[in-house]
Design a binder for this molecule. Structure first.
Ligand code: SF4
Length: 292
């Protein structure tokens, strides 16, 4: 895969109000493109204007310097989220340590953080994450199947779910809040009770405190074309079923979404895992910092 350095103009985008789902006020991307090549990845969509999403990773070479400058000028502390458009802990991170250096700057400025990843490489930054967690840190591992073999088809170059669960265990054992973004659940592939229960059970056994579900996926333009080609390769005949069921639709809920959500919620209750993310509370963080 080609790696290219670019100069970014800004690092942090922000919203007026933190989102209800992840509680993020700021969003950050250190890279453009991703090495994990998940069959369903929405970041391939044309609207994001990443020409060669699977063939080239653009590295924001001035990310750390920019981040430091931008955080120094922020008056409102709010959760910085990263990992929504690419995986900040993809293999190149082992060499560049861009996410690691960004986390060190975030720790220095005392901002809370939410990371989404599929990689156990996040453990290299455990000590920095522990410092950030005095304010608030939560690490969400995306898991769409607990089955390593199935994951090798739908998320071919990402660390296997077993490695993600092991990383979750290590974080939880170190007092870091961690959980699962169980999204997307792929129609006709992952939308069954056995898969949902396996994820909830493994997450609970690995110290997850929350699981955020989405029973379905999005499909549009380039993303759809790539996904359908992967279906043809690994699941012959399934593309036609998608075409019959969803046509040109963007939101593609699994056919039994309602029943699966109900099943998921019952499982969460019996395994003692929350079905929402415990969000950052500025006041609580302030009190906590007095005590530590
Ligand atoms: S890890 Fe995330 S960003 Fe990377 S290819 Fe997979 S879904 Fe896309």
């Amino acid at each position: 895969m080609k790696i290219t350095s670019i100069e970014a103009k800004t690092m942090l985008s922000h919203t007026k109000r933190p989102g209800p789902f992840f509680g993020q006020k700021y969003n950050m991307n250190l890279y453009r493109g991703c090495m994990h090549r998940c069959a369903y990845c929405d970041s391939r969509s044309e609207c994001y204007q990443i020409e060669d999403f699977d063939g080239e990773v653009l590295v924001k070479a001035n990310a750390i310097e920019l981040l430091r400058k931008e955080l120094a000028g922020k008056r409102v502390k709010g959760v910085i989220g990263f990992g929504s458009m690419n995986d900040p802990f993809m293999p190149i991170e082992a060499k560049l340590n861009l996410a690691g250096r960004a986390l060190a700057v975030i720790a220095e400025f005392g901002f809370p953080v939410h990371i989404i990843t599929k990689s156990d490489l996040v453990l290299k930054d455990l000590e920095t994450i522990k410092r950030i967690a005095r304010v608030y840190a939560t690490i969400s591992f995306t898991v769409t199947t607990a089955d390593d073999d199935l994951a090798s088809k739908v998320e071919p170059l990402a660390p296997r779910p077993s490695a993600r669960f092991a990383a979750m265990r290590a974080l939880a054992d170190n007092g870091i809040q961690t959980g699962v973004t169980m999204m997307p659940i792929l129609p006709f592939i992952e939308d069954n009770e056995t898969n949902i229960e396996a994820i909830v059970a493994r997450a609970a056994a690995s110290g997850a405190s929350y699981i955020l579900p989405s029973m379905g996926m999005s499909l549009r333009d380039r993303q759809r074309a790539y996904y359908y080609a992967e279906l043809d390769r690994h699941f012959p005949g399934l593309r036609e079923r998608y075409e019959r069921t969803y046509g040109e639709r963007y939101h593609c809920d699994v056919p039994r979404a309602k029943a699966l959500y109900a099943h998921f919620e019952a499982l969460c209750e019996s395994y003692g895992v929350a079905a929402q993310l415990p969000l950052y509370r500025p006041q609580a963080a302030k009190q906590l910092s007095f005590l530590t």
